[in-house]
Design a protein around this ligand. Structure first.
Ligand code: FPP
Length: 251
């Protein structure tokens, strides 16, 4: 499925898709494999999804790779994930760059291992001008912390006399989020049957359509993605307004 499946309308695709890549551990356990095998397979799934977004004309993809709460996992798994992120960046950067992928990282990156930070910095600067797909990876990310941090930045500006409290609006707060001026996701996909946001993009998802699937992340292939997009295209997005039909009826 290199081209967009015929049942999808190319003019009504989401501009920005966010994913909570859940179920790697269960995928591995179901096969009698260690959990890390699930993360490895999950990374392959992710790689194809980035390519799929490019092939099908979806300009922005944002995935949740590691939350601020994930440090509580066994040390062995955390270390594996950190090494996996670093290795993938090292191995895949040239190809992603060649394909026009712009890589960005969201989260408290300063707390990550130094070699990983270095790879992230390199990936961000090298791909900064690419335009085919913007691929955001949330690492050591927590939405409440992100919003708190944005408030702190604004408070500091007020304290320094650079900003009046009345000047604080949604747009100025948004500028201080990790996502900056990036438009919010139109569609959030969470795999593995869980139906929670888990502290992910709480501000940015205000008007996103939510799609939950029982598929485990390593099994989330192009067919599963097409199903999510089809569900998205079947939604009536009103952003708090009335639908055109309701609009035409007397109040
Ligand atoms: C959640 O599944 C998955 C993660 C915490 C890690 C996600 C990482 C990848 C997909 C690897 C590649 C990512 C990048 C950005 C290079 P889980 O472990 O919570 O699964 P479970 O709920 O079945 O235990």
């Amino acid at each position: 499925m290199k081209t967009l499946p015929p049942n999808l309308d190319p003019t009504r695709l989401p501009r920005h898709v966010a994913c909570i890549m859940d179920g790697n551990g269960r995928w591995a356990q179901q096969r009698g494999l260690p959990r890390i095998a699930g993360h490895r397979q999950g990374a392959r799934t992710l790689k194809d999804l980035v390519r799929c977004c490019k092939d099908w004309g979806i300009p922005t993809l944002t995935v949740y790779a590691f939350s601020t709460e994930n440090w509580q996992r066994p040390l062995e798994e955390v270390s594996f994930l950190m090494r996996l992120f670093e290795r993938l960046l090292h191995q895949e950067l040239a190809e992603l760059h060649q394909e026009g992928v712009r890589l960005q990282f969201l989260g408290d990156l300063g707390a990550l291992p130094a070699p990983l930070q270095l790879q992230m910095h390199r990936a961000t600067t090298e791909t900064a001008h690419n335009q085919a797909v913007t691929f955001n990876v949330a690492v050591n990310y927590g939405s409440r912390l992100e919003i708190t941090r944005a408030c702190r930045h604004l408070a500091e500006q007020v304290q320094r006399g650079l900003l009046a409290p009345d000047d604080i609006d949604e747009a100025s707060l948004e500028q201080h989020l990790y996502t900056g001026s990036l438009p919010g996701p139109d569609l959030l996909i969470r795999t593995s049957g869980e139906q929670r946001l888990s502290n992910y993009l709480l501000w940015q998802l205000a008007y996103a359509e939510l799609y939950f699937t029982a598929a485990l992340w390593p099994d989330f292939d192009r067919t599963a993605f097409a199903e999510a997009l089809q569900a998205f295209q079947g939604r009536d997005r009103r952003f708090g307004r009335l639908s055109p039909v309701e609009q035409a009826l007397p109040a």
